[in-house]
Structure formats: C-alpha cells, structure tokens
Write a protein that binds this ligand. Structure first.
Ligand SMILES: NC(=O)C1=CN([C@@H]2O[C@H](COP(=O)(O)OP(=O)(O)OC[C@H]3O[C@@H](n4cnc5c(N)ncnc54)[C@H](OP(=O)(O)O)[C@@H]3O)[C@@H](O)[C@H]2O)[C@H](O)CC1
Ligand SMILES: [K+]
Length: 517
C-alpha cells in the first residue's frame, strides 16, 4: 500500500482536479461522507448521540462542514465550532460553510480563550468530538489558542475522531508540532500519510481506517509515489513455498564473519537466525580462540577458525582464508560481534573489492565504515546495511534527534548516494533502495528493543539472501518476519521479558504462517 507525505498528497489532489477534472468540492464531499459513515458507526455504540465538530479554516475544516451537513440531514444533533476568523474561509471550505449556514445548523466561531472555555463546557454534553482542525496543511507549531483548544479536546473524555490525521501531527514526518489531538480513530483520506504510520504520530490515534475519496487509482499508480507500507501480501509473494525435489544446496550457502572475545553471543544469534530463516548451509569465520565455544553451541554450522590469535578478533592475515571461503558462498555477512578494530576495516576493504555476492553489514562493520564511507565505492555487489539509529548517527555523523525527525528522507538519500540497501532499524523500520524507493515496516513491538535483536535480523537477511531472494526483497521480508516473530513472542511471553532468542524461536512459526508450511 502506498504511503504519502503532505506534498505528495497535495500533488495527487491537483492531478485529480486538473487532469481528471474532478472538482475539489467533489473530493471534499466524498471525504465528508466517508467521515460521516464512521461517525454513524460510533453513534450506534454511544449513549450520547450529540456530535461536536471542530473545524479549522482549511479543507480539513471543509471536510468537517460536509460531515456536519450529512449528520444534520440524518437528524443527528450536531454542532460546529470554527477556530479562527471565518472571513479567512475560502474555496470549497467556504462553499460548504455557506450551505451549513443556510441550513440553520448550530455553527459558531471561536476567537479567544473565553470561546474555548465555552467549548469545554459544551463538550461535557457531547458524545463524539470530530477533529477537523487541520490535516496535511499543518505548517507551523501551535499558538496559544490552538494549544488550549487541543488541551480542552484531549481532556474532555469523549470519543474523538480525527479527519485525515490528528491535528498537530505532521503528515510528512509524524513529528508533533508542539501538541496534537489524541484520537480514538482517524479516518484517513485516500492514502495513509507518513504521519499516520511513523512514530510519534502513529501513537496519536488508537486506530485508523483508510477511506477512498475518489482519486482515480491510475492517478495513484502513475504518480511516482516512492513510499510504501510492507504488506503481508508482498511477503507472501517473496517467500515462495518450497519445491519437493530440492536439497540443502538449493537453499544457499551463507558465510558469516563474526564474533570476537566476549561477543560470541551476537554471532550465535545471527547464525541461528540464518538457519531458522531457511538457509541450507552456513560457515562461520571466527577467531581460532572462540572455535571451541562456537562449535559446541552451533552444531549445524561449520566453523572456519581463523589462525589469527591477536586479541581474539578477526585479523589481517585471516583475509586470504575469508576471501577464499567467501568465493564458495552465496552471501557474506560481516559484523555481529566482530569487535571494532582497524583490522576489520582491512577485511572489509578486501571483501568489497572481491565480492560478487550480496554483502550484509551490521554493527561493528558499520562502525568501521563510519568516517570512511568512501569505501562503499569499492563495492561490486549489492550491500545491505542494517544500522539502528545510533549506528546511523555515527555512520553519517548527524545527531540522532535529527535522524529521528527526518528518517525517511535521510534513509532515502543515503541509499541513493551510496547505492546500497539501507535498513534503518527502529520503531517503524525504514528500508530504502538505491532507486529511491522507501518501505515502512509496521510489524514488531517495543519488547524487541533488547540486546541481540539486531543480530537476529542480520541473520534473517543473510538467510533469505543465501536462498537467492533478490536483495531488496530479502530485506523487506527479513524486516517484516523479524517483527512478526517478535509479535508472536510478545503474545506468548509479553514485552518485558522478551529476549532476542525468543524471536529466533518464533521465526519458523511466523514464516510458516505466511508461507503455509
Ligand atoms: N485528497 C485528499 O486527501 C483531500 C483532502 N482534503 C482535506 O484537505 C486537508 C488539507 O487541507 P489544507 O487546506 O491544505 O490544510 P488543512 O485544512 O490541513 O490546514 C491548513 C489550515 O490550518 C492552518 N494552520 C496550519 N498549521 C497551523 C497552526 N499550527 N496554527 C494555526 N493554524 C494552522 C492554516 O493556516 P494558514 O495560516 O497557514 O493559512 C490553514 O488554515 C486534508 O488533510 C484533508 O482533510 C480535501 O477535503 C479533499 C481532498
Ligand atoms: K485533523
């Protein structure tokens, strides 16, 4: 499903109106009717059937006027309160305001704090409050009156339904501009906005329903909307059912360069996840000194102990052995628990220069690349980088807060610039491709914010790549399945005690649910 930012939505609106000659007032009518439908559903559940619609001066407010008219026609007791001077109303919103005035509905403006206080008293007698204050046109922080209005709405204790997006949430990023309405439900018009999906905005509505308002499907398809949600259907198409006449060789040979003194846990989790995501064979390059530990724990994997004894980390003289084994593999992953050393940088350089197979770079491999991003220019094959926000901040030397504020744009630009697939991990992981496509994942839960969770994801990406799944699709499927497995684990044991190992345990079950066997 496509996701849009505020600008793309406006573009779509324009296309519908200018190219397909659909008058804006028709779109607004459809929007208002879609909202009315959802209000009517809630009215069935409410004792108090009175509806209070709070409108801004833009088209979001216009949607509210249309909904008020339809409710009024159905004999529903409805009041409309407008924040701001109605002299500023124009276009379709003004037309719908004028109609409402003719219908002698209860419609008043709110211009000062007294009016807001009056609204607060009236809300005590309402059943449903409709937030039609602002939608994709939010363009600045809330001033005092807006702040007070939103506070009054949020503390009224009534059922709150927002139109398109809770007012105060930026449609393009999901950031909160000072304050925002906390809705029970949001009726999203035509396509989800980034602000409906991304945190913190996604937290400002308990549920959302996307309603068609008549923008032609072909207009949506034709527009190069580059942001999409990862859907189960997408993953079902990526992870085919297995054919019967196959053997382990068909499921690929993964190769992991990982582990250093005290970090064997990370390597273990990655290796288990490689097998649990279906890879046929796995070799693990580890410092000789860790071999005995790993061999006992990882019976299915073949360990390739590297002679280098120095400090128990992968070293330069291991390179020959690493490259040789890499050439017999279908995918190579570097990073989980490798330890951040200069040697690792040399290892990476050689891998980049020699690899013709996909490369997964995680954790310490990413840290080695920080301030040396130019090394990515040596790549001859596709690399999948899996930083969390902190690793990304180090990688591109930008503060974490700035990345959080604009992660889609930053991920997209990085992937395009360095021609890599970027998995920017976090609540709502973002995947960006060298072609400028961006995907947002909505599986997963806060219980997965635990040590080793990223190592498991690295293993899943590596496991899917080993099986010959195209790199971008392997990244999408891995992120989706990682979250789905984490969600199964959270259902079984809750979020507090969830450990990375639980994600690995649930992974095959989550895949079986999608693939069917
Ligand atoms: N295809 C569709 O999805 C359609 C959506 N529709 C609805 O239209 C809105 C977008 O309408 P727009 O007029 O662009 O803007 P909004 O109504 O969202 O809000 C803009 C008004 O809000 C004022 N504003 C913005 N930020 C603030 C603030 N912090 N404090 C006070 N006022 C603010 C802004 O004021 P200006 O001073 O900037 O003019 C505007 O008055 C979309 O979300 C849908 O709900 C169409 O109905 C149909 C097609
Ligand atoms: K709104």
């Amino acid at each position: 499903m496509k996701v849009v930012d505020g600008i793309q939505m406006k573009m779509l609106d324009q296309t519908a109106m200018e190219e397909y000659k659909i008058p804006g007032i028709i779109l607004m009518e459809q929007a208002g009717m879609a909202v009315t439908e959802e209000i009517m559903k809630e009215i069935q559940r409410q004792e108090n059937k009175r509806v209070m619609i709070i409108c801004g001066l833009g088209n979001n407010g216009g949607d509210g006027f249309v909904a008020a008219r339809h409710l009024f026609q159905r004999g529903i007791p409805v009041k409309v309160r407008i924040i701001g001077d109605i002299a500023r109303l124009n276009g379709d919103a003004k037309s719908n305001y004028d109609i409402l005035k003719k219908l002698k509905t209860d419609i008043k403006t709110m211009l000062d704090f007294q009016d807001i206080q009056k609204l607060s008293d009236e809300l005590a007698h309402s059943g449903i409050v409709v937030d039609a204050i602002c939608g994709t046109g939010l363009n600045r922080g809330a001033d005092g009156l807006w702040k007070e209005l939103i506070r009054v709405i949020n503390q009224c204790g009534k059922y709150i339904l927002s139109i398109d997006i809770p007012s105060g949430v930026s449609a393009s990023t999901g950031n909160i501009l000072d304050t925002a309405v906390r809705a029970n439900k949001t009726v999203v018009l035509q396509l989800p906005k980034v602000g409906n999906i991304n945190f913190p905005g996604a937290d400002y509505s308990d549920e959302m329903i996307v309603k068609d308002i008549g923008i032609p499907k072909e207009a949506i398809e034709r527009n190069n909307l580059n942001i999409s949600l990862i859907t189960e259907t997408m993953i079902r198409n990526i992870l085919p059912r297995r054919k019967n006449d196959t053997h382990k060789g068909n499921y690929g040979k993964a190769y992991i360069v990982a582990g250093s003194m005290g970090m064997t846990g990370a390597a273990m989790l990655t290796c288990e996840a490689v097998f649990r995501s279906g890879a046929g064979l796995l070799k693990v390059a580890i410092p000789q000194s860790l071999n005995s530990i790993m061999e006992t724990r990882l019976i299915e994997a073949i360990t390739v102990p590297l002679p280098e004894l120095k400090k128990g980390v992968v070293g330069i003289s291991d390179i020959e052995k690493i490259i040789k084994t890499m050439k017999e593999s279908d995918v190579i992953a570097v990073g989980p628990g490798s330890g951040q050393t200069r040697e690792l940088e040399e290892v990476l350089r050689n891998i980049f220069e020699e690899a013709t197979i996909p490369i997964v770079l995680d954790a310490d491999a990413l840290n080695s690349l920080a301030h040396r991003l130019d090394m990515l220019k040596l790549l001859k094959s596709t690399a999948v980088l899996t930083p969390h926000i902190g690793e990304m901040a180090r990688l591109i030397n930008i503060p974490i807060e700035e990345i959080q504020r604009n992660k889609i744009q930053i991920a997209m630009e990085f992937a395009q610039k360095w021609k890599v697939i970027l998995i920017l991990k976090g609540a709502r992981t973002v995947i960006a491709s060298p072609e400028g496509k961006v995907f947002i994942n909505t599986t997963g839960n806060p219980g997965m914010a635990t040590a080793g969770s990223g190592d498991v994801l690295t293993g899943i990406v590596t496991g899917f790549l080993a099986q010959g799944i195209q790199p971008l699709e392997a990244a999408l499927a891995a992120v989706y399945m990682h979250g789905a497995a984490g969600d199964r684990a959270a259902v079984r044991i809750g979020e507090y005690g969830l450990m990375a190992g639980d994600i690995v345990v649930e992974l095959p079950h989550a895949i079986k649910e999608i693939v069917g066997k």
